[in-house]
Design a protein around this ligand. Structure first.
Ligand code: RI2
Length: 328
């Protein structure tokens, strides 16, 4: 089946992490669906629906952990299916599908802004904040607090093996914020100097557990031990509808070559194994609050948000899992 070059490139960029960060990945996927729709070369509505589902599958299989990616795809495809039921003509369905992709992107950008505004109210003047990896949602909170005149200092972890902490320090330094880069292993040593931890999320499960860049759960434990508040900043489309019906989140394992060289591997390949999990799970009990675009919630309220705003997605997921066509 024909796949536009631009769509192939976006899928490849997500896979190789040239496009990374759960929110950015979601927006890139929505954009790819829009590009695919604009470049559809067939004639019938049936072909269009098949083609769009095929493209969505390619995008869905790029990275497995951040639920923002399948949620963005479901957002668009669900509206495509509704449009098909309302007016089954190619032009109409195509227009509604492209509009849905734009809507998702707009919602996502607005959500990060709102998270910044809502979260910044929880930051006090003089706070020392620790963050991990590179999260636009977490950075939005810190930057907004600084913009509102609060004096904040930030510890940013390197975040091995891919050093996304370097993007974080660059962004914060550009905003004129006092930022110190630390190795991941120094977190517990420095925790006594920290007032609040703020991280992002790739996925939040129905019971309020947070899946984020590997190392997050150790930071949460260190914060818990030191009685330091642990906040998660995330858009609600990172809440996972599939976990409502008991599905587990798959933790991505990336290439050993992000940790060791090919020479090293060849030299030792008979004697050693290398593992490179990209994410870990922080249980809800270590999370003080989740800062979302809909307000600040305790992790236990994740299920309420899922039911209230993403009921359609839970139903959509459950029906697909049972192999029931949504139009029946
Ligand atoms: P925003 C990233 O995953 C990090 O784990 C980060 O905390 C999370 O996505 C959320 O980022 P990766 O793509 O959506 O770097 O808040 O593996 O930008």
């Amino acid at each position: 089946m024909f796949i536009p070059e631009q769509v192939k490139r976006i899928a490849e960029d997500i896979k190789s992490m040239r496009i990374r960060g759960a929110g950015r990945i979601a927006r890139a996927a929505a954009k790819a669906l829009k590009i695919a729709s604009e470049n559809f070369k067939g004639k019938s509505l049936e072909e269009y629906i098949q083609y769009m589902n095929h493209i969505a599958n390619i995008l869905r299989n790029t990275r497995p952990t951040a639920v923002s990616l399948p949620n963005a795809l479901s957002y668009v495809l669900y509206r495509m299916n509704i449009a098909k039921q309302t007016n089954p003509t190619l032009d109409y369905v195509r227009e509604k599908t492209e509009k849905a992709a734009d809507e998702f992107i707009q919602y996502s950008l607005q959500a990060i802004k709102l998270i910044g505004e809502i979260g910044a109210r929880r930051i006090s003047n003089g706070d020392v904040i620790l963050t991990h990896c590179n999260s636009s949602a977490a950075l939005s909170v810190i930057i907004e607090a600084a913009k509102s005149g609060k004096d904040v200092k930030v510890y940013a972890t390197e975040t091995r093996p891919k050093f996304q902490g370097h993007i974080t320090i660059e962004t914060l330094a550009r905003e004129g914020i006092d930022v110190t880069l630390i190795p991941d292993i120094a977190v517990r040593f420095l925790m006594k100097k920290v007032d609040k931890v703020i991280v992002g999320a790739d996925t939040v499960t129905a019971d309020g557990s947070v899946i984020n860049k590997v190392g997050t759960s150790q930071i949460a434990l260190a914060a818990y031990e030191a009685r330091v508040r642990f906040f998660v900043a995330t858009e609600t489309y990172k809440f996972s509808p599939a976990t409502v019906i008991g599905e587990e989140v798959l933790i991505e394992e990336r290439s050993p070559l992000e940790i060791v060289t090919a020479d090293f591997l060849t030299q030792y390949y008979l004697k050693i194994k290398v593992r490179n999990p990209a994410f870990d799970i922080t249980p809800a009990k270590y999370v003080d609050a989740i800062i979302t675009e809909k307000g600040i919630i305790p992790p236990q309220a994740t299920i309420l948000i899922l039911k209230e705003y993403y009921g359609w997605a839970i139903k959509d997921y459950a029906m697909r899992k049972l192999g029931i066509d949504l139009e029946e």
